[in-house]
Design a protein around this ligand. Structure first.
Ligand code: TRP
Ligand code: SF4
Length: 339
């Protein structure tokens, strides 16, 4: 099958907050999907550094190194600057201008009703996020998406409400400034739901940097082995001779993602009969994860040794993104009679 030329392809756009180096959960959850979309879509992927500020405004010391570490992993994992436009949100100030315009037409009630808003207010206790910026998080996200007139937004379940709100903002803008029956300036994007398993970390909870339970894409093979060796298993399997239950074992959840079906079947069987011990089971998993990470770590070396290459990629991408964003803003200003 020949793929369509880049200009004709449907456009996808997605962003990631710069949390630093990425772990297996990030790879399986979003990144692998982003990489796959490069074959069929016109891809725009960006570092959502302003979104990071909505919750982490008080300590920005590691922001630049976190951007570099994350984008190094993007490139190592296979995002290809020849195929995708990779850029930094804050270097395209047009996002902020569109965010301001959208803030004029977005009812407060829409924002207060966003599920992630209420959840985060309840969950985040160590920082004060009762701010104007945090309430406006989805408005900024709508600006990110609509400024590139994206057709689809590859995101996880937790972001679907934000894409829905983006459509409502697009509709309201179109009706307000283009008239009810005229074609609107903004297309209404859909969420491209990433159907990915939620990976457990070494303590059995969701793999997350903040839980210190993650296996990183940059972890050397011995580190992967050591981390897995400490991983929680079926809690009822205390002795080697006890029969286990893979259905309640987080190690088995990782097998399902990283091992061949023949190995998954074998572990599934031999765990229940106590033929295989947890140490051997984990060793097989470690080998498979290391095999998956090997080409990533090989590519990573190039960017680790010359970090300037990472920044150069971002600069080129930012220039391209900015031209698209500027063209949209010209139309927005016209539609709103600001020029
Ligand atoms: N809110 C997204 C997240 O936390 C990141 C993000 C910001 C984003 N702007 C976006 C995702 C635009 C998709 C499109 O994961
Ligand atoms: Fe989990 Fe594997 Fe041990 Fe079974 S053998 S309990 S699947 S680690």
């Amino acid at each position: 099958m020949t793929s369509p030329p880049t200009g004709k392809r449907p456009r996808v756009l997605s962003g990631m907050r710069p949390t630093g180096k990425l772990h297996l959960g990030n790879l399986v959850g979003a990144l692998a999907n982003w990489i796959e979309l490069q074959a069929t879509h016109d891809c725009f992927y960006f570092v959502a550094d302003w979104h990071m500020l909505t919750t982490d405004y008080a300590d920005t010391r590691e922001l630049q190194s976190n951007i570099q570490d994350m984008v190094t992993d993007w490139l190592a994992a296979g995002l290809d600057p020849a195929k995708s436009t990779l850029f930094i949100q804050s270097r395209v100030p047009e996002h902020a201008e569109l965010h301001l315009m959208f803030s004029m037409i977005t009812p407060l009630g829409w924002l207060e009703r966003v599920p992630t808003y209420k959840e985060q207010l309840e969950n985040i206790k160590d920082r004060d996020i009762h701010t104007y910026g945090f309430l406006g998080y989805p408005v900024l996200q709508a600006a990110d998406i609509l400024i590139y007139k994206a057709d689809a937004v590859p995101v996880g379940e937790d972001q679907v409400a934000h894409v829905e709100l983006t459509r409502e903002i697009a509709r309201r803008f179109n009706v307000t400034y283009n008239g009810k029956d005229l074609p609107g300036l903004f297309p209404e994007p859909g969420a491209l739901l990433t159907k990915s398993p939620r990976l457990p970390g070494t303590d059995g909870r969701k793999m997350s940097k903040s839980y210190a339970n993650a296996v990183y894409l940059s972890d050397p093979p011995e580190v992967v082995r050591k981390k897995l060796a400490t991983m929680i298993t079926d809690p009822a399997r205390k002795r080697r001779t006890d029969k286990g239950n893979p259905d309640v074992c987080p190690v088995f959840d990782l097998h399902k993602v990283f091992s061949k079906s023949s190995e998954i079947e074998r572990v599934n069987h031999e765990c229940r009969t106590a033929e295989i011990g947890c140490l051997d089971c984990k060793a097989i998993l470690a080998t498979n994860i290391n095999t998956r990470l090997a080409p990533i770590q090989e590519r990573r070396k190039v960017y680790e040794q010359a970090p300037q290459k990472v920044w150069d990629v971002l600069e080129t991408g930012t220039e391209k993104a900015r031209r698209v964003a500027q063209a949209t803003m010209d139309d927005v200003r016209k539609a709103m009679n600001l020029v």
